[in-house]
Design a protein around this ligand. Structure first.
Ligand code: F6R
Length: 615
Protein backbone atom coordinates (compact mmCIF):
# COMPACT_ATOMS: atom_id res chain seq x y z
CA UNK A 1 0.00 0.00 0.00
CA UNK A 2 1.87 3.06 -1.29
CA UNK A 3 5.53 2.75 -2.18
CA UNK A 4 8.42 5.10 -1.66
CA UNK A 5 11.74 5.37 -3.44
CA UNK A 6 14.56 7.86 -3.07
CA UNK A 7 17.89 8.09 -4.88
CA UNK A 8 21.06 10.13 -4.48
CA UNK A 9 24.23 9.37 -6.47
CA UNK A 10 25.58 9.65 -10.00
CA UNK A 11 22.99 7.69 -11.95
CA UNK A 12 20.03 9.28 -13.70
CA UNK A 13 17.64 9.60 -10.78
CA UNK A 14 14.55 9.43 -12.99
CA UNK A 15 15.55 5.97 -14.23
CA UNK A 16 16.28 4.62 -10.76
CA UNK A 17 13.02 6.05 -9.42
CA UNK A 18 10.81 4.70 -12.21
CA UNK A 19 12.54 1.33 -12.13
CA UNK A 20 12.23 1.19 -8.34
CA UNK A 21 8.57 2.14 -8.46
CA UNK A 22 7.90 -0.54 -11.06
CA UNK A 23 9.15 -3.10 -8.54
CA UNK A 24 6.83 -1.70 -5.91
CA UNK A 25 3.77 -1.86 -8.16
CA UNK A 26 2.79 -5.12 -6.47
CA UNK A 27 1.93 -3.13 -3.35
CA UNK A 28 -1.14 -1.72 -5.09
CA UNK A 29 -1.56 1.91 -6.21
CA UNK A 30 -3.70 4.26 -8.20
CA UNK A 31 -1.37 7.18 -9.00
CA UNK A 32 2.34 7.88 -9.13
CA UNK A 33 4.79 10.75 -9.05
CA UNK A 34 8.44 11.78 -8.77
CA UNK A 35 10.34 14.93 -7.81
CA UNK A 36 13.77 15.59 -9.32
CA UNK A 37 16.26 18.18 -8.12
CA UNK A 38 17.21 20.28 -11.15
CA UNK A 39 18.98 23.65 -11.26
CA UNK A 40 18.45 24.22 -7.55
CA UNK A 41 14.73 23.68 -7.67
CA UNK A 42 12.38 20.74 -7.91
CA UNK A 43 10.59 19.46 -10.98
CA UNK A 44 7.55 17.44 -9.97
CA UNK A 45 5.81 15.03 -12.34
CA UNK A 46 2.63 13.17 -11.44
CA UNK A 47 0.01 11.04 -13.11
CA UNK A 48 -3.19 9.28 -12.21
CA UNK A 49 -3.34 5.53 -12.84
CA UNK A 50 -0.52 3.23 -13.81
CA UNK A 51 3.19 3.99 -13.97
CA UNK A 52 3.11 4.10 -17.76
CA UNK A 53 1.09 7.33 -17.50
CA UNK A 54 3.84 8.86 -15.38
CA UNK A 55 6.47 7.68 -17.85
CA UNK A 56 4.54 9.45 -20.62
CA UNK A 57 4.35 12.63 -18.53
CA UNK A 58 8.12 12.58 -17.99
CA UNK A 59 9.08 11.80 -21.61
CA UNK A 60 9.10 15.38 -22.93
CA UNK A 61 11.39 16.47 -20.07
CA UNK A 62 14.56 14.65 -21.09
CA UNK A 63 16.76 17.64 -20.21
CA UNK A 64 15.71 17.32 -16.57
CA UNK A 65 15.87 13.53 -16.61
CA UNK A 66 19.38 13.46 -18.06
CA UNK A 67 20.76 15.99 -15.62
CA UNK A 68 19.19 15.12 -12.30
CA UNK A 69 20.91 12.67 -9.92
CA UNK A 70 18.74 13.19 -6.86
CA UNK A 71 15.06 12.50 -6.49
CA UNK A 72 12.18 10.91 -4.65
CA UNK A 73 9.25 8.95 -6.03
CA UNK A 74 5.99 7.43 -4.90
CA UNK A 75 3.08 5.25 -5.86
CA UNK A 76 -0.10 6.14 -3.98
CA UNK A 77 -2.98 3.97 -2.84
CA UNK A 78 -5.67 6.52 -2.05
CA UNK A 79 -6.72 6.92 1.58
CA UNK A 80 -7.48 10.65 1.94
CA UNK A 81 -8.98 12.02 -1.26
CA UNK A 82 -9.58 10.51 -4.69
CA UNK A 83 -6.81 8.89 -6.73
CA UNK A 84 -6.28 12.07 -8.79
CA UNK A 85 -3.13 13.72 -10.12
CA UNK A 86 -3.42 16.55 -7.62
CA UNK A 87 -3.56 14.10 -4.70
CA UNK A 88 -0.60 12.09 -6.00
CA UNK A 89 2.76 12.52 -4.24
CA UNK A 90 5.26 14.22 -4.02
CA UNK A 91 3.59 17.08 -2.19
CA UNK A 92 5.09 20.45 -1.56
CA UNK A 93 4.54 23.67 0.41
CA UNK A 94 3.52 27.24 -0.52
CA UNK A 95 6.91 28.28 -1.94
CA UNK A 96 7.71 24.83 -3.43
CA UNK A 97 10.99 24.71 -1.53
CA UNK A 98 10.28 21.29 -0.04
CA UNK A 99 9.07 18.01 -1.54
CA UNK A 100 7.73 15.06 0.43
CA UNK A 101 6.54 11.52 -0.21
CA UNK A 102 4.73 9.55 2.49
CA UNK A 103 3.48 6.09 3.24
CA UNK A 104 1.01 5.70 6.13
CA UNK A 105 -1.82 7.70 7.64
CA UNK A 106 -1.60 10.90 9.67
CA UNK A 107 -4.41 10.62 12.19
CA UNK A 108 -4.38 14.23 13.43
CA UNK A 109 -4.04 15.83 9.99
CA UNK A 110 -7.27 17.82 10.33
CA UNK A 111 -6.10 19.53 13.53
CA UNK A 112 -2.66 20.18 12.03
CA UNK A 113 -4.24 21.51 8.85
CA UNK A 114 -6.39 24.00 10.77
CA UNK A 115 -3.34 25.33 12.62
CA UNK A 116 -1.33 25.59 9.42
CA UNK A 117 -4.18 27.35 7.60
CA UNK A 118 -4.07 30.02 10.28
CA UNK A 119 -0.35 30.40 9.63
CA UNK A 120 -0.93 30.94 5.92
CA UNK A 121 -0.52 27.47 4.37
CA UNK A 122 -2.46 26.99 1.16
CA UNK A 123 -3.51 23.44 0.40
CA UNK A 124 -4.12 22.12 -3.08
CA UNK A 125 -4.99 18.48 -2.35
CA UNK A 126 -7.20 16.56 0.08
CA UNK A 127 -4.29 14.51 1.38
CA UNK A 128 -2.87 14.17 4.86
CA UNK A 129 0.60 14.12 3.25
CA UNK A 130 0.33 17.69 2.00
CA UNK A 131 -0.35 18.73 5.60
CA UNK A 132 2.90 17.03 6.64
CA UNK A 133 4.77 18.82 3.84
CA UNK A 134 3.53 22.19 5.10
CA UNK A 135 4.30 21.25 8.69
CA UNK A 136 7.90 20.31 7.89
CA UNK A 137 8.28 23.47 5.77
CA UNK A 138 6.95 25.54 8.66
CA UNK A 139 9.47 23.92 11.03
CA UNK A 140 12.18 24.51 8.44
CA UNK A 141 11.44 28.22 8.39
CA UNK A 142 12.17 28.24 12.15
CA UNK A 143 15.26 26.00 12.17
CA UNK A 144 16.77 26.36 8.66
CA UNK A 145 17.72 22.69 8.98
CA UNK A 146 15.70 20.02 7.18
CA UNK A 147 16.58 17.17 9.54
CA UNK A 148 15.76 19.25 12.61
CA UNK A 149 12.54 20.37 10.94
CA UNK A 150 11.65 16.71 10.29
CA UNK A 151 12.43 15.77 13.90
CA UNK A 152 10.24 18.61 15.20
CA UNK A 153 7.43 17.82 12.79
CA UNK A 154 7.20 14.10 13.58
CA UNK A 155 6.83 14.93 17.27
CA UNK A 156 3.56 16.70 16.37
CA UNK A 157 2.27 13.94 14.11
CA UNK A 158 0.01 11.13 15.33
CA UNK A 159 -0.28 8.05 13.19
CA UNK A 160 1.89 6.05 10.83
CA UNK A 161 4.47 7.35 8.42
CA UNK A 162 7.51 6.66 6.33
CA UNK A 163 8.67 10.04 5.04
CA UNK A 164 11.23 10.97 2.45
CA UNK A 165 11.88 14.70 1.96
CA UNK A 166 14.20 17.10 0.15
CA UNK A 167 14.66 20.85 0.57
CA UNK A 168 15.95 23.17 -2.12
CA UNK A 169 18.42 24.86 0.24
CA UNK A 170 19.98 21.53 1.29
CA UNK A 171 21.38 20.45 -1.96
CA UNK A 172 22.68 16.93 -1.61
CA UNK A 173 20.48 15.39 0.99
CA UNK A 174 17.40 13.25 1.48
CA UNK A 175 15.86 13.31 4.95
CA UNK A 176 13.77 10.40 6.16
CA UNK A 177 11.63 9.38 9.14
CA UNK A 178 9.67 6.29 10.10
CA UNK A 179 6.93 5.17 12.45
CA UNK A 180 4.75 2.08 11.90
CA UNK A 181 5.41 2.00 8.16
CA UNK A 182 8.29 0.21 6.47
CA UNK A 183 11.41 2.08 5.30
CA UNK A 184 14.78 0.70 4.28
CA UNK A 185 17.99 2.40 3.17
CA UNK A 186 19.90 0.70 0.36
CA UNK A 187 23.62 1.19 0.91
CA UNK A 188 25.66 1.73 -2.25
CA UNK A 189 29.11 3.00 -3.13
CA UNK A 190 28.99 6.68 -3.95
CA UNK A 191 25.21 6.39 -4.01
CA UNK A 192 22.39 5.54 -1.63
CA UNK A 193 18.76 4.54 -1.90
CA UNK A 194 15.65 4.73 0.22
CA UNK A 195 12.64 2.50 -0.32
CA UNK A 196 9.57 0.99 1.27
CA UNK A 197 10.65 -2.46 0.24
CA UNK A 198 13.73 -4.18 -1.10
CA UNK A 199 12.49 -5.20 -4.57
CA UNK A 200 12.86 -1.49 -5.42
CA UNK A 201 16.61 -1.50 -4.73
CA UNK A 202 17.82 -5.08 -5.02
CA UNK A 203 19.10 -4.50 -8.56
CA UNK A 204 21.53 -1.89 -7.24
CA UNK A 205 22.68 -3.13 -3.86
CA UNK A 206 22.53 -6.09 -1.52
CA UNK A 207 23.30 -4.03 1.57
CA UNK A 208 20.59 -2.37 3.58
CA UNK A 209 19.87 -0.60 6.82
CA UNK A 210 16.43 -0.95 8.33
CA UNK A 211 15.04 2.02 10.21
CA UNK A 212 13.26 1.31 13.51
CA UNK A 213 10.14 3.19 14.57
CA UNK A 214 10.67 6.83 15.51
CA UNK A 215 14.08 7.00 13.91
CA UNK A 216 15.01 9.74 11.46
CA UNK A 217 17.92 9.93 9.06
CA UNK A 218 20.00 11.97 6.68
CA UNK A 219 21.05 10.24 3.47
CA UNK A 220 23.67 11.77 1.19
CA UNK A 221 25.60 10.23 -1.67
CA UNK A 222 28.47 9.13 0.61
CA UNK A 223 26.97 8.96 4.07
CA UNK A 224 24.02 7.74 6.08
CA UNK A 225 23.24 9.13 9.52
CA UNK A 226 20.48 7.76 11.70
CA UNK A 227 19.08 9.35 14.84
CA UNK A 228 16.81 8.10 17.60
CA UNK A 229 13.78 9.96 18.94
CA UNK A 230 15.93 12.02 21.32
CA UNK A 231 18.18 13.11 18.48
CA UNK A 232 21.16 10.89 19.38
CA UNK A 233 23.22 9.63 16.49
CA UNK A 234 22.98 5.84 16.44
CA UNK A 235 24.51 2.97 14.58
CA UNK A 236 22.00 0.68 12.87
CA UNK A 237 23.68 -2.41 11.52
CA UNK A 238 24.08 -2.99 7.81
CA UNK A 239 22.29 -6.16 6.76
CA UNK A 240 22.92 -8.35 3.76
CA UNK A 241 19.74 -8.74 1.70
CA UNK A 242 18.84 -12.38 1.15
CA UNK A 243 17.16 -11.80 -2.20
CA UNK A 244 18.32 -12.12 -5.78
CA UNK A 245 17.20 -9.66 -8.45
CA UNK A 246 15.94 -12.71 -10.36
CA UNK A 247 13.21 -13.18 -7.74
CA UNK A 248 11.47 -10.14 -9.13
CA UNK A 249 11.54 -11.22 -12.77
CA UNK A 250 8.72 -13.19 -14.43
CA UNK A 251 11.15 -15.78 -15.84
CA UNK A 252 9.14 -16.23 -19.03
CA UNK A 253 5.74 -16.62 -17.37
CA UNK A 254 2.98 -14.28 -18.53
CA UNK A 255 2.23 -13.19 -14.98
CA UNK A 256 3.96 -13.32 -11.61
CA UNK A 257 0.94 -15.18 -10.25
CA UNK A 258 1.46 -18.07 -12.67
CA UNK A 259 5.18 -18.13 -11.92
CA UNK A 260 4.50 -18.16 -8.19
CA UNK A 261 1.92 -20.96 -8.50
CA UNK A 262 4.56 -22.97 -10.36
CA UNK A 263 7.17 -22.33 -7.67
CA UNK A 264 5.12 -24.08 -4.99
CA UNK A 265 6.77 -27.48 -5.26
CA UNK A 266 10.15 -25.90 -4.58
CA UNK A 267 8.72 -23.77 -1.80
CA UNK A 268 7.65 -26.95 0.00
CA UNK A 269 11.02 -28.63 -0.63
CA UNK A 270 12.84 -25.58 0.65
CA UNK A 271 10.93 -25.49 3.95
CA UNK A 272 11.26 -29.22 4.51
CA UNK A 273 14.99 -29.22 3.79
CA UNK A 274 15.82 -27.51 7.07
CA UNK A 275 12.97 -28.83 9.21
CA UNK A 276 12.32 -32.43 8.36
CA UNK A 277 15.06 -34.89 7.57
CA UNK A 278 12.74 -37.82 6.91
CA UNK A 279 9.35 -39.25 7.85
CA UNK A 280 10.85 -41.02 10.87
CA UNK A 281 12.61 -37.91 12.16
CA UNK A 282 11.26 -35.35 14.57
CA UNK A 283 10.58 -31.85 13.29
CA UNK A 284 13.47 -29.44 13.92
CA UNK A 285 12.11 -26.10 15.05
CA UNK A 286 15.04 -24.25 16.59
CA UNK A 287 13.15 -21.00 16.03
CA UNK A 288 10.46 -22.10 18.48
CA UNK A 289 11.54 -20.63 21.79
CA UNK A 290 9.17 -22.36 24.22
CA UNK A 291 10.53 -25.34 26.14
CA UNK A 292 8.57 -28.59 25.99
CA UNK A 293 7.61 -27.96 29.65
CA UNK A 294 6.01 -24.68 28.64
CA UNK A 295 4.40 -26.24 25.57
CA UNK A 296 2.72 -28.78 27.85
CA UNK A 297 1.20 -25.89 29.81
CA UNK A 298 -0.41 -24.23 26.79
CA UNK A 299 -4.16 -24.22 27.37
CA UNK A 300 -5.26 -22.56 24.14
CA UNK A 301 -3.95 -21.21 20.89
CA UNK A 302 -5.21 -18.11 19.13
CA UNK A 303 -4.39 -17.65 15.47
CA UNK A 304 -4.76 -14.12 14.12
CA UNK A 305 -4.41 -13.16 10.48
CA UNK A 306 -6.21 -11.57 7.54
CA UNK A 307 -7.40 -12.75 4.13
CA UNK A 308 -5.47 -15.64 2.67
CA UNK A 309 -3.30 -15.94 5.78
CA UNK A 310 -6.49 -16.28 7.82
CA UNK A 311 -7.52 -19.22 5.64
CA UNK A 312 -4.13 -20.86 6.23
CA UNK A 313 -4.77 -20.35 9.95
CA UNK A 314 -8.13 -22.13 9.62
CA UNK A 315 -6.41 -25.17 8.14
CA UNK A 316 -3.86 -24.87 10.96
CA UNK A 317 -6.64 -25.03 13.58
CA UNK A 318 -7.88 -28.25 12.09
CA UNK A 319 -4.49 -29.98 12.14
CA UNK A 320 -3.33 -28.66 15.52
CA UNK A 321 -6.58 -29.66 17.22
CA UNK A 322 -6.56 -33.03 15.50
CA UNK A 323 -2.98 -33.88 16.49
CA UNK A 324 -1.76 -31.71 19.36
CA UNK A 325 -5.18 -31.66 21.03
CA UNK A 326 -4.95 -28.00 21.99
CA UNK A 327 -8.06 -25.85 21.43
CA UNK A 328 -7.46 -23.30 18.69
CA UNK A 329 -9.44 -20.14 17.91
CA UNK A 330 -8.87 -18.49 14.57
CA UNK A 331 -9.92 -14.91 14.15
CA UNK A 332 -9.54 -12.10 11.63
CA UNK A 333 -7.10 -9.62 13.15
CA UNK A 334 -9.51 -6.74 12.55
CA UNK A 335 -12.09 -8.51 14.76
CA UNK A 336 -9.57 -9.54 17.41
CA UNK A 337 -8.62 -5.96 18.14
CA UNK A 338 -10.70 -3.36 19.97
CA UNK A 339 -12.31 -5.86 22.33
CA UNK A 340 -11.16 -7.34 25.57
CA UNK A 341 -9.79 -10.62 24.22
CA UNK A 342 -9.00 -13.38 26.68
CA UNK A 343 -5.35 -14.37 26.51
CA UNK A 344 -2.71 -15.02 29.17
CA UNK A 345 0.76 -16.49 29.59
CA UNK A 346 -0.58 -19.98 28.85
CA UNK A 347 -2.05 -18.83 25.55
CA UNK A 348 0.06 -19.27 22.45
CA UNK A 349 -0.75 -16.53 19.97
CA UNK A 350 0.17 -17.17 16.34
CA UNK A 351 0.19 -14.27 13.91
CA UNK A 352 0.31 -15.27 10.24
CA UNK A 353 1.20 -12.80 7.53
CA UNK A 354 2.85 -12.92 4.14
CA UNK A 355 4.07 -9.34 4.32
CA UNK A 356 4.55 -9.05 8.06
CA UNK A 357 3.30 -5.48 7.66
CA UNK A 358 -0.49 -5.90 7.84
CA UNK A 359 -1.65 -3.16 10.19
CA UNK A 360 -4.59 -5.07 11.73
CA UNK A 361 -2.42 -8.08 12.54
CA UNK A 362 0.33 -5.91 13.99
CA UNK A 363 -2.17 -4.21 16.32
CA UNK A 364 -3.64 -7.58 17.32
CA UNK A 365 -0.20 -9.01 18.06
CA UNK A 366 0.73 -6.02 20.19
CA UNK A 367 -2.53 -6.45 22.10
CA UNK A 368 -1.80 -10.13 22.77
CA UNK A 369 1.79 -9.37 23.75
CA UNK A 370 0.56 -7.02 26.48
CA UNK A 371 -1.35 -9.94 28.01
CA UNK A 372 1.85 -11.94 28.39
CA UNK A 373 1.14 -14.53 25.69
CA UNK A 374 4.02 -16.10 23.79
CA UNK A 375 3.91 -14.68 20.26
CA UNK A 376 4.72 -16.88 17.29
CA UNK A 377 4.96 -15.14 13.94
CA UNK A 378 4.70 -17.09 10.71
CA UNK A 379 5.75 -14.74 7.95
CA UNK A 380 7.36 -14.66 4.55
CA UNK A 381 9.29 -11.54 5.53
CA UNK A 382 11.82 -12.09 8.28
CA UNK A 383 12.71 -8.41 7.86
CA UNK A 384 9.21 -7.15 8.67
CA UNK A 385 7.65 -5.25 11.57
CA UNK A 386 5.77 -8.34 12.69
CA UNK A 387 8.94 -10.43 12.69
CA UNK A 388 10.45 -7.97 15.13
CA UNK A 389 7.47 -8.43 17.49
CA UNK A 390 7.90 -12.21 17.59
CA UNK A 391 8.98 -14.23 20.60
CA UNK A 392 9.35 -17.14 18.18
CA UNK A 393 9.82 -16.26 14.53
CA UNK A 394 9.02 -18.94 11.97
CA UNK A 395 10.03 -17.50 8.58
CA UNK A 396 8.43 -19.43 5.72
CA UNK A 397 10.98 -18.26 3.13
CA UNK A 398 8.77 -18.59 0.07
CA UNK A 399 10.81 -15.90 -1.68
CA UNK A 400 9.44 -12.54 -2.68
CA UNK A 401 5.82 -12.81 -3.76
CA UNK A 402 5.12 -10.12 -6.32
CA UNK A 403 1.59 -10.91 -7.48
CA UNK A 404 -0.97 -9.28 -5.21
CA UNK A 405 -2.95 -12.52 -4.98
CA UNK A 406 -1.14 -14.72 -2.46
CA UNK A 407 -0.37 -18.23 -3.71
CA UNK A 408 3.06 -19.62 -2.84
CA UNK A 409 3.07 -17.78 0.49
CA UNK A 410 -0.21 -19.56 1.35
CA UNK A 411 1.40 -22.87 0.51
CA UNK A 412 4.40 -22.00 2.68
CA UNK A 413 2.12 -21.00 5.56
CA UNK A 414 0.24 -24.30 5.28
CA UNK A 415 3.46 -26.30 5.38
CA UNK A 416 4.73 -24.37 8.39
CA UNK A 417 1.45 -25.03 10.19
CA UNK A 418 1.63 -28.75 9.45
CA UNK A 419 5.17 -28.82 10.83
CA UNK A 420 4.14 -26.79 13.85
CA UNK A 421 1.28 -29.18 14.58
CA UNK A 422 3.68 -32.15 14.38
CA UNK A 423 6.19 -30.31 16.56
CA UNK A 424 3.67 -29.44 19.27
CA UNK A 425 2.38 -33.02 19.30
CA UNK A 426 5.92 -34.39 19.58
CA UNK A 427 6.91 -31.93 22.29
CA UNK A 428 3.79 -32.80 24.25
CA UNK A 429 4.79 -36.43 23.97
CA UNK A 430 1.49 -37.68 22.51
CA UNK A 431 2.81 -41.03 21.32
CA UNK A 432 -0.49 -42.48 20.09
CA UNK A 433 -0.29 -40.16 17.07
CA UNK A 434 3.23 -41.22 16.11
CA UNK A 435 2.20 -43.40 13.19
CA UNK A 436 -0.37 -40.87 11.91
CA UNK A 437 2.28 -38.15 12.02
CA UNK A 438 4.82 -40.40 10.34
CA UNK A 439 2.38 -41.00 7.46
CA UNK A 440 1.66 -37.31 7.19
CA UNK A 441 5.37 -36.50 7.14
CA UNK A 442 5.80 -38.99 4.31
CA UNK A 443 2.98 -37.27 2.46
CA UNK A 444 4.61 -33.89 3.03
CA UNK A 445 7.83 -35.22 1.55
CA UNK A 446 5.94 -36.49 -1.50
CA UNK A 447 3.86 -33.32 -1.83
CA UNK A 448 6.22 -31.32 -4.11
CA UNK A 449 6.10 -34.07 -6.76
CA UNK A 450 2.32 -34.24 -6.58
CA UNK A 451 2.04 -30.47 -6.93
CA UNK A 452 4.29 -30.67 -9.98
CA UNK A 453 2.22 -33.53 -11.45
CA UNK A 454 -0.81 -31.28 -11.23
CA UNK A 455 1.03 -28.36 -12.78
CA UNK A 456 2.30 -30.45 -15.67
CA UNK A 457 -1.17 -31.01 -17.04
CA UNK A 458 -3.39 -27.98 -16.78
CA UNK A 459 -5.36 -28.36 -20.04
CA UNK A 460 -8.48 -29.59 -18.26
CA UNK A 461 -8.40 -26.69 -15.81
CA UNK A 462 -7.86 -24.21 -18.67
CA UNK A 463 -10.90 -25.61 -20.51
CA UNK A 464 -13.05 -25.41 -17.40
CA UNK A 465 -11.86 -21.84 -16.85
CA UNK A 466 -12.85 -20.87 -20.37
CA UNK A 467 -16.24 -22.57 -20.08
CA UNK A 468 -17.16 -20.82 -16.83
CA UNK A 469 -15.54 -17.44 -17.35
CA UNK A 470 -18.79 -15.78 -18.45
CA UNK A 471 -20.63 -16.60 -15.22
CA UNK A 472 -21.18 -13.67 -12.90
CA UNK A 473 -21.42 -15.67 -9.67
CA UNK A 474 -19.81 -18.77 -8.21
CA UNK A 475 -20.20 -20.85 -5.09
CA UNK A 476 -17.41 -22.97 -3.59
CA UNK A 477 -18.32 -25.70 -1.11
CA UNK A 478 -16.36 -28.14 1.05
CA UNK A 479 -16.42 -29.53 4.55
CA UNK A 480 -13.93 -30.25 7.29
CA UNK A 481 -10.32 -29.38 6.65
CA UNK A 482 -11.17 -28.24 3.11
CA UNK A 483 -13.74 -25.68 4.21
CA UNK A 484 -10.92 -23.08 4.33
CA UNK A 485 -9.89 -24.27 0.84
CA UNK A 486 -13.38 -23.33 -0.38
CA UNK A 487 -13.01 -19.89 1.21
CA UNK A 488 -9.55 -19.41 -0.26
CA UNK A 489 -10.59 -20.63 -3.72
CA UNK A 490 -13.49 -18.18 -3.74
CA UNK A 491 -11.24 -15.36 -2.52
CA UNK A 492 -8.70 -16.03 -5.27
CA UNK A 493 -11.40 -16.01 -7.92
CA UNK A 494 -13.10 -12.84 -6.75
CA UNK A 495 -9.97 -10.82 -6.21
CA UNK A 496 -8.46 -11.34 -9.64
CA UNK A 497 -11.53 -11.88 -11.87
CA UNK A 498 -14.07 -9.70 -9.97
CA UNK A 499 -16.59 -12.58 -10.23
CA UNK A 500 -18.82 -12.72 -7.19
CA UNK A 501 -17.54 -15.93 -5.59
CA UNK A 502 -18.42 -17.13 -2.09
CA UNK A 503 -17.16 -20.10 -0.12
CA UNK A 504 -19.46 -22.06 2.19
CA UNK A 505 -19.21 -25.06 4.42
CA UNK A 506 -21.14 -27.54 2.23
CA UNK A 507 -23.47 -28.37 5.11
CA UNK A 508 -24.50 -24.72 5.32
CA UNK A 509 -25.75 -24.68 1.74
CA UNK A 510 -29.24 -25.75 2.65
CA UNK A 511 -29.48 -23.16 5.44
CA UNK A 512 -29.81 -20.24 3.05
CA UNK A 513 -27.39 -20.10 0.11
CA UNK A 514 -29.31 -22.85 -1.71
CA UNK A 515 -31.97 -20.22 -2.46
CA UNK A 516 -29.55 -18.71 -4.97
CA UNK A 517 -28.95 -21.90 -6.91
CA UNK A 518 -30.10 -22.22 -10.51
CA UNK A 519 -28.47 -22.79 -13.88
CA UNK A 520 -26.66 -19.45 -13.60
CA UNK A 521 -24.85 -20.28 -10.39
CA UNK A 522 -22.04 -22.80 -10.82
CA UNK A 523 -21.03 -24.72 -7.71
CA UNK A 524 -17.47 -25.95 -7.24
CA UNK A 525 -17.28 -28.78 -4.72
CA UNK A 526 -14.10 -30.06 -3.08
CA UNK A 527 -14.45 -33.72 -2.15
CA UNK A 528 -11.65 -35.72 -0.69
CA UNK A 529 -11.93 -39.33 0.38
CA UNK A 530 -12.34 -39.26 4.12
CA UNK A 531 -14.87 -38.59 6.81
CA UNK A 532 -16.91 -35.95 4.95
CA UNK A 533 -16.75 -37.34 1.41
CA UNK A 534 -20.27 -38.81 1.36
CA UNK A 535 -21.69 -35.73 3.02
CA UNK A 536 -20.24 -33.39 0.39
CA UNK A 537 -21.49 -35.74 -2.31
CA UNK A 538 -25.03 -35.41 -0.89
CA UNK A 539 -24.65 -31.64 -0.87
CA UNK A 540 -23.65 -31.86 -4.54
CA UNK A 541 -26.86 -33.82 -5.26
CA UNK A 542 -28.85 -31.04 -3.59
CA UNK A 543 -27.16 -28.45 -5.79
CA UNK A 544 -27.69 -30.55 -8.91
CA UNK A 545 -31.39 -30.87 -8.11
CA UNK A 546 -31.53 -27.03 -8.41
CA UNK A 547 -29.98 -27.17 -11.91
CA UNK A 548 -26.69 -25.69 -10.72
CA UNK A 549 -23.70 -26.54 -12.91
CA UNK A 550 -21.31 -28.65 -10.84
CA UNK A 551 -17.53 -28.79 -10.90
CA UNK A 552 -15.87 -31.39 -8.69
CA UNK A 553 -12.29 -31.25 -7.43
CA UNK A 554 -11.50 -34.66 -6.03
CA UNK A 555 -8.94 -37.40 -5.56
CA UNK A 556 -11.53 -40.10 -6.21
CA UNK A 557 -14.93 -40.44 -7.83
CA UNK A 558 -16.88 -43.66 -8.27
CA UNK A 559 -18.06 -44.38 -11.83
CA UNK A 560 -21.70 -44.17 -10.70
CA UNK A 561 -21.21 -40.63 -9.34
CA UNK A 562 -19.36 -39.19 -12.31
CA UNK A 563 -22.50 -38.06 -14.13
CA UNK A 564 -23.45 -35.84 -11.26
CA UNK A 565 -20.73 -33.42 -12.32
CA UNK A 566 -20.50 -31.27 -15.41
CA UNK A 567 -16.75 -31.09 -14.98
CA UNK A 568 -14.21 -32.89 -12.85
CA UNK A 569 -10.63 -32.19 -11.85
CA UNK A 570 -8.85 -35.24 -10.51
CA UNK A 571 -5.94 -34.63 -8.16
CA UNK A 572 -3.28 -37.20 -7.19
CA UNK A 573 -3.95 -39.51 -4.24
CA UNK A 574 -3.66 -37.72 -0.93
CA UNK A 575 -5.06 -38.08 2.58
CA UNK A 576 -7.88 -35.83 3.70
CA UNK A 577 -5.63 -34.14 6.29
CA UNK A 578 -3.01 -33.23 3.70
CA UNK A 579 -5.40 -32.48 0.82
CA UNK A 580 -5.75 -28.68 1.32
CA UNK A 581 -2.18 -28.33 0.07
CA UNK A 582 -3.08 -29.97 -3.24
CA UNK A 583 -6.67 -28.81 -3.75
CA UNK A 584 -5.61 -25.19 -3.47
CA UNK A 585 -3.30 -25.49 -6.47
CA UNK A 586 -6.31 -26.41 -8.65
CA UNK A 587 -8.30 -23.48 -7.29
CA UNK A 588 -5.42 -21.05 -7.81
CA UNK A 589 -5.05 -22.19 -11.41
CA UNK A 590 -8.77 -22.00 -12.05
CA UNK A 591 -8.90 -18.42 -10.72
CA UNK A 592 -5.79 -17.52 -12.69
CA UNK A 593 -7.03 -18.89 -16.02
CA UNK A 594 -10.51 -17.37 -15.63
CA UNK A 595 -8.99 -13.94 -14.89
CA UNK A 596 -6.49 -14.33 -17.70
CA UNK A 597 -9.22 -15.40 -20.11
CA UNK A 598 -11.24 -12.31 -19.11
CA UNK A 599 -8.18 -10.14 -19.74
CA UNK A 600 -7.94 -8.87 -16.17
CA UNK A 601 -4.87 -7.28 -14.64
CA UNK A 602 -3.98 -10.52 -12.85
CA UNK A 603 -0.95 -9.35 -10.87
CA UNK A 604 -2.38 -6.02 -9.81
CA UNK A 605 -6.12 -6.37 -9.33
CA UNK A 606 -8.06 -3.15 -8.89
CA UNK A 607 -8.39 -1.65 -5.40
CA UNK A 608 -6.09 -4.23 -3.80
CA UNK A 609 -2.73 -3.75 -2.14
CA UNK A 610 -0.12 -6.39 -1.40
CA UNK A 611 0.83 -4.90 1.89
CA UNK A 612 -2.17 -3.53 3.78
CA UNK A 613 -0.54 -1.04 6.11
CA UNK A 614 -3.70 0.76 7.27
CA UNK A 615 -6.27 -0.62 9.72
C1 F6R B 1 -5.25 -12.46 -0.96
C2 F6R B 1 -4.34 -11.67 -0.21
C3 F6R B 1 -4.82 -10.96 1.00
C4 F6R B 1 -3.79 -11.08 2.11
C5 F6R B 1 -4.19 -10.22 3.32
C6 F6R B 1 -3.23 -10.39 4.47
O1 F6R B 1 -4.67 -13.03 -2.07
O2 F6R B 1 -3.20 -11.59 -0.56
O3 F6R B 1 -6.05 -11.43 1.42
O4 F6R B 1 -3.69 -12.41 2.47
O5 F6R B 1 -4.22 -8.87 2.93
O6 F6R B 1 -1.94 -10.04 4.10
P1 F6R B 1 -0.68 -10.59 4.88
O7 F6R B 1 -0.66 -12.06 4.71
O8 F6R B 1 0.48 -9.90 4.24
O9 F6R B 1 -0.85 -10.21 6.32
Amino acid sequence: MCGIIGYIGDRKASEVLINGLSHLEYRGYDSAGIALRYNDKFEIYKAQGKLINLINVIKPHQDVCLASNIGIGHIRWATHGLPTEINAHPHTCNCKSLVLVHNGIIENYQELKEELLKKGSKFLSQTDTEVAAHLIAYEYDKTKDLHLAMQNAVKKIKGAFAFCAMHKNEKDKIVIAKRNAPLVIGVGEGENFVASDIPAIIEYTKKAIYLADNQTGIVTKDSIKIYDEEGNLINNKIEHLPFEAIAISKMGYKHFMLKEIHEQGDVVRNILSSKLEGAKHQVVFDEFKLSSEKIKKITRIQIIACGTSLHAGMVGKYIIEELARIPVDVEASSEYIYRNTIADENTLVIGISQSGETADTITAIKQAKEKGSHIVIITNRADSTMARLADSLLPVSAGIEVSVAATKSYMAQLISLYLLAFYLTEQKGIVEYDSIIQNLKQELIELPNKIEMLLENTENIKNIAKKYSSYKDFIFIARGINYPSALEGALKLKEISYINATGYGAGELKHGPIAMLDENMPVLAILNTGIVYDKVLSNCEEARARQAKLIGVTNYIAQKDKDLFDDLVLIPQISDLMSPALNIVVLQLLAYYIAEYLGKDVDQPRNLAKSVTVE
